[in-house]
Design a protein around this ligand. Structure first.
Ligand code: PLP
Length: 860
């Protein structure tokens, strides 16, 4: 029989156990083993049944058991200790509180997905996990961030396999009342709501859920409310589901509704308004339009001045080097959604369209590009690894065509991972055995100390722990394999073999990721016979654990999964290669620590950063990867293996042949021999040398704490300073907007009339000093409005300058008719072909980059 209505009855905790509610209601439990142990000790079976989710579990514990615990002095003492620890974590100063004056009072962090714990399935892959790790490390460091996202009624899909091995998708309904979140209410107890205008006079209304991520509140907007019609309710139905228009509605809700949710939340909780707005990928970019609207309506600013204020405090992180992965909308659709009835007086639709226009060579005049708008609405932008920064400066170069790649205003901060979430507790226990404290409290030892002790732990101990972790993974994989086969229609009797599938003593290689084509899930199948031989090697076998979801609309990706599954179904190899359906955080947590080697073979340079290999490294796993993303930056020859990538080879088949052959060779000749080379005690010393080196060299670098500190010091703090100088009475913003307007109008008349160099003779030597003199016409601009610079460096083919150095010239004399002479010197510091040129660029202390206006004048 079906219920006609369902609702969730929340448990009533006895007075003495009230702190349990607070512990369950703060997601810090998801990275704090003592809190998890406390919940597990209430009832081990229910803990497992609730999939280690305290909120769900509290709903299942019988009242009698709760009453018993309320009388149990030992339990109460443990509860008190864990609760006191949480209060201490939430209330006491941390890293950020020790920063000098001038740090931002608040930061808003927008993302379309957040992967925090399996108990809050609001993520699809790397972007969401990164956002979750960002919030967690911000919390550990005391950074005053507020997260903003959407609450999707179905989250992302759950993956299973059909009998024939095809991906199946399910979208179970998530009941918010069963999730570890609470709804935001006004002081009078009514639901807090935000609204966002839609075309044809419609208004989308959303309630706001709050998840507590340690010290960080995460606001999640949800349109599943009575006021909305069917279409509006469905805005938050699925993550990355639906067609173009649906996605546009989602992004309007996230960007515009998100800013409104922040305003409501800070009003109700008396928190300071954020000074910095950070958009994690372009999807939340409309937040800049909403801030411009606020400033025009509430402060009476004109669009241009409001734009300056808003962009000074906005940070944009771009995540994809795959052009097809950039978020774009038809221009007319954006015009329809932001114009007509829904137009805002201070934010004309033409201005909005101009912000997203691909108005550069090769751009498509019919589209509205969210990444391009992201760059125009934020004064500071970054990619997520050094290589990705470089690729992004190339990919978006059209926005600053006259500038050298190195000067385009896109920096990079390499991603990191939240160690307390991803490191097995046994690994941290090893550090404790060696006398260091890897806790995330400010009193804990530094990560350098924690990872340095890797050198002191006896090899035998490390090896014992790795075996425990490998075995745990093997058991988890068998359970998943059995479940999957039962779902595929097999009977238990046919599945005896599963109990001995995989082996806790065999070299274990992990490969799990989403399945877009550039990640090349099936590269390992390029030569099936060779793979089979590696799996079945009588002396040095390997075993492979594979997982990954294909986007529901990506049939190509589903075909790749099917290929892998069919290969792994073969009775000859099925005990050595397993595809585990439904890759998610719950699977990932035992997967990384249990693997000896983490494999990654993307098509370079399409992996912007990648983070799964970092999680493996923190657990003593060795990376075996194409030199892409973070691995390109931190591979040092001894902390794993680089699969040579055939970068220049155009034919993709041939490239795959070359790279897969290199992969097989590495496994056969380097990886497996080292793993199985045991000493008399059965310990592979040479392997462990690499493990130790990995922990020591990568440990401190791959941490999300390092990443968040980098964001604070190199982006959030400078953005705060910029925003404050413009915000003060908005005088700075008005001046800056007027100045930009004046400079843009005058610029076509700016000229370099003449350049002279002298002082180095015919045969200059290293150390010689060249004098440079330039005459320029400034077309009504003042010499204070510009910089005149010599660009010099080595010259390559067709006289292109490389390894540029920029040296300023000084104003020497001004003449009539706007002509000026500039003088300066350049020391020739290297031998070989040398060249120079001159340029005039706008100068203003409010600019964060010389390329910001895209204006430059070179000698004609
Ligand atoms: C870390 C992680 C990812 C991202 O891994 P990449 O290396 O960026 O592909 C995706 N899904 C889950 C569940 C993860 O834990």
């Amino acid at each position: 029989m079906r219920a006609i209505r369902r609702f969730t009855v929340r448990p009533v905790l006895p007075e003495a156990l009230l702190p349990l509610g607070e512990l369950a209601g703060n997601l810090r439990w998801s990275w704090h083993p003592p809190t998890q142990d406390l919940f597990a000790s209430i009832d081990q079976q229910l803990w497992t049944r609730s999939r280690q989710d305290p909120t769900r579990m509290l709903g299942l514990v019988p009242t009698a058991r709760l009453e018993e615990l309320a009388e149990d002095a030992d339990f109460r003492a443990r509860l008190e200790a864990v609760h006191a620890d949480l209060r201490d974590y939430l209330e006491n100063p941390r890293w950020f509180q020790g920063l000098p004056e001038g740090a931002p009072r608040g930061i808003a962090y927008f993302s379309p997905e957040f992967g925090i714990t399996a108990a809050l399935p609001q993520y699809s892959g790397g972007l969401g996990i990164l956002a979750g790790d960002h919030l967690k490390s911000a919390s550990d460091l005391g950074v005053p961030i507020i997260g903003v996202g959407l609450l999707y009624r179905h989250g992302y899909f759950k993956q299973s396999l059909s009998r024939e091995g095809w991906q199946q998708e399910r979208y179970p309904v998530l009941d918010p009342d069963e999730l570890p979140i609470s709804v935001l209410r006004e002081a009078d107890g009514s639901l807090a709501k935000v609204t966002v205008g839609m075309p044809e006079g419609q208004t989308a209304t959303a309630r706001v859920w709050v998840a507590n991520v340690g010290r960080v509140p995460l606001l999640l907007l949800d349109t599943d409310v009575e006021e909305n019609n069917e279409v509006l309710r469905d805005i938050t139905d699925r993550l990355y589901g639906g067609q173009t228009e649906h996605r546009l509605r989602q992004e309007m809700l996230l960007g515009i509704g998100g800013v409104r949710a922040i305003r409501t939340f800070t009003r109700l909780t008396d928190r300071p308004a954020p000074e910095v707005f950070h958009t994690n990928e372009g999807h939340a970019g409309f937040l800049g339009l909403e801030r411009i609207r606020e400033l025009t309506e509430e402060q009476g600013l004109e669009f241009d001045a409001a734009l300056e204020v808003s962009r000074a405090g906005t940070v944009f992180t771009t995540h994809t080097p795959v052009p097809a992965g950039i978020d774009r909308f038809p221009r007319e659709l954006v015009a329809q959604y932001f114009g007509g009835d829904n137009a805002q007086p201070g934010v004309p639709v033409e201005r909005i369209l101009a912000l997203g226009a691909e108005s550069y060579e090769g751009g498509d005049p019919g589209v509205f590009n969210m990444a391009v708008m992201g760059f125009r609405l934020s004064q500071r932008a970054n990619g997520v690894s050094q290589l990705h920064g470089h690729v992004s400066r190339g990919m978006f170069g059209g926005l600053w065509p006259a500038f050298d790649e190195s000067e385009r205003p896109i920096g990079s901060i390499t991603n990191g991972v939240h160690a307390p979430t991803w490191v097995a507790r046994e690994i941290f226990d090893l550090a404790r055995e060696m006398g260091v404290d890897p806790d995330s409290s400010p009193q804990a030892d530094s990560p350098e100390r924690v990872f340095e002790v890797a050198d002191q732990v006896p090899g035998k101990r490390v090896w014992e722990i790795k075996r425990i972790l490998r075995e745990r993974l093997v058991l988890d994989a068998r359970r998943r394999l059995k479940e999957s086969w039962l779902e595929r229609g097999a009977s238990s009797a046919e599945l005896k073999w599963v109990d001995s599938a995989l082996d806790p003593d065999v070299l274990t290689i992990g490969f799990a990721r989403r399945v877009p084509s550039y990640k090349r899930l099936t590269l390992m199948l390029r030569d099936p016979a060779r793979l089979k031989a590696l799996l079945l090697d009588p002396e040095r076998p390997i075993q492979l654990l594979i997982a990954g979801k294909a986007h529901p609309a990506d049939d190509g990706g589903k075909r790749l999964i099917n290929e892998i599954v069919r290969f792994a179904d073969d009775p000859e190899v099925r005990h050595r290669i397993v595809f585990m359906p439904n890759y998610d955080i719950a699977m990932a947590q035992p997967l990384y620590p249990g693997c000896d080697v983490w494999l990654n073979n993307p098509l370079r340079p399409y992996e912007a950063c990648g983070t799964s290999g970092m999680k493996a490294a923190l657990n003593g796993g060795l990376n075996l990867s194409i030199l892409d993303g973070w691995w390109d930056e931190w591979y040092d020859g001894n902390n794993g293996w680089a699969i040579p990538s055939a970068d220049g080879v155009e034919d993709p088949d041939r490239r795959d042949d070359l790279e897969s052959a290199a992969l097989y060779d590495l496994i056969e000749n380097d990886v497996a021999p080292r793993f199985y080379d045991h000493d008399a005690d059965g310990v592979p010393q040479r392997w462990l040398e690499m493990v130790r080196h990995t922990l020591r060299s990568l440990g401190p670098k791959v941490l999300a704490d390092r990443m968040v500190r980098d964001y604070v010091t190199t982006l959030y703090q400078p953005a705060t300073e910029s925003a404050r100088t413009l915000n003060d009475d908005y005088k700075g913003a008005l001046e800056l907007a007027a100045w930009k307007d004046r400079v843009r109008k005058a610029w076509p008349g700016v000229r370099v009339d003449h350049v002279d160099s002298s002082g180095i003779g015919d045969a200059p030597e290293v150390g010689a000093v060249m004098k440079v003199q330039a005459f320029v016409t400034l077309a009504g601009l003042s010499p204070d409005d510009v910089d005149v610079q010599v660009l010099h460096g080595r010259v390559g083919e067709s006289d292109t300058l490389r390894d540029l150095t920029v040296s300023p010239l000084q104003l020497a004399e001004s003449y009539e008719a706007d002509r000026h002479r500039y003088d300066g010197e350049v020391r020739l510091s290297t031998s070989g072909a040398f060249g120079y040129t001159l340029r005039v660029v706008p100068r203003n202390s409010h600019l964060a980059s010389v390329a910001e206006l895209g204006l430059v004048t070179l000698p004609s």
